[in-house]
Design a binder for this molecule. Structure first.
Ligand SMILES: [Zn+2]
Length: 291
């Protein structure tokens, strides 16, 4: 079979699978297993989001598991990219030439969404880039990561919050994120007020208390945010999702799904992305025990 026929066949297969050339490509990247069962379930979480996005008209989602994609063409044609993985010094995005690869995509206006530990990068490597790309990042010893129940009493009027109702949920909600000076261009999406006990950081790593976090007693904190970059690209940061079971919360899930559409320049439906997730769905694709 010649190349023309092969490409025609490939196009036909694509078409039959429902993807269209005009669809926005959203690339979901899951990190390696790193925690016990139910925590940092990047592989399961990304596949859950993928399943939800598959039913959204105008979206062509794809995913890669267990770290940075081995396929060198993984990001080709991407409209938005999600990173859900462990970060810090081991963040896949700062290894090798990855910052340059992502930086080139950002210059083209590709969207970027980082969830949970993936919002943490070292301040001297990845920090400046994250300030540009998504407006902020978790900075070691400046930001903090206790487990607490955040009460989202109201939500801002934004495409990402369409169909989302006030909710409360326990998670490892990072806060005191290092944002751009004066939050320039940053739109808070999720805001909650940690209590003073939370500010003691007894469950934080490294352990609190951090004097500057305690001193901010009573302050509201931004736990998810959105950014529109001058290059036309859009960024999103979301600090929760330590616990896999939290994807079972409709509001929690909808914010991330809406954000994936928004960062890919897909119009978010008036009621947001609807996707039913059952208890059975939450048990699928979990990492093998003993990690
Ligand atoms: Zn965590």
């Amino acid at each position: 079979m010649n190349k023309v026929l092969l490409s025609l066949l490939a196009a036909a297969l694509c078409w039959s699978a429902g993807a269209r050339a005009a669809d926005k490509k959203i690339v979901l990247i899951a990190g390696h297993p790193s925690h016990g069962p139910g925590d940092h379930e990047f592989n399961a979480g990304v596949q859950l989001l993928h399943k939800c996005l598959q039913n959204v008209p105008g979206v062509d989602p794809t995913f890669y598991l267990n770290g940075w994609p081995k396929d060198p063409n993984a990001f080709d044609g991407a409209d938005s990219i999600l990173f859900f993985m462990d970060g810090g010094a081991g963040h896949p995005i700062i290894q090798g030439d990855h910052l340059r690869i992502i930086g080139d995509l950002m210059k083209k206006g590709v969207g970027l969404a980082c969830v949970h530990y993936a919002v943490e990068v070292p301040k001297d490597k990845g920090g400046p880039e994250f300030l540009n790309w998504i407006g902020g990042y978790y900075e070691d010893r400046w930001s903090t990561n206790p487990h607490w129940e955040a009460d989202f009493k109201s939500l801002p009027n934004h495409a990402i919050t369409r169909g989302v109702k006030p909710f409360r949920i326990r998670d490892e909600w990072y806060y005191n994120i290092r944002f751009r000076p004066e939050m320039k261009g940053v739109t808070p999406i999720l805001i909650a007020r940690p209590d003073d006990e939370t500010r003691q950081g007894k469950s934080s790593s490294p352990r609190g208390p951090y004097a500057h976090v305690v001193a901010a007693s009573g302050r509201e904190e931004v736990l998810a945010w959105a950014v529109e970059r001058p290059d036309g690209g859009r960024g999103f940061g979301f600090t929760g999702a330590h616990f896999h079971k939290n994807w079972g919360n409709e509001n929690f899930r909808k914010i991330v799904l809406n954000a994936l559409l928004w960062t890919a320049h897909v119009e978010v439906p008036a009621n947001g992305v609807d996707c039913a997730v059952t208890d059975e769905d939450l048990k699928k694709n979990l990492d093998p025990k003993g990690k």
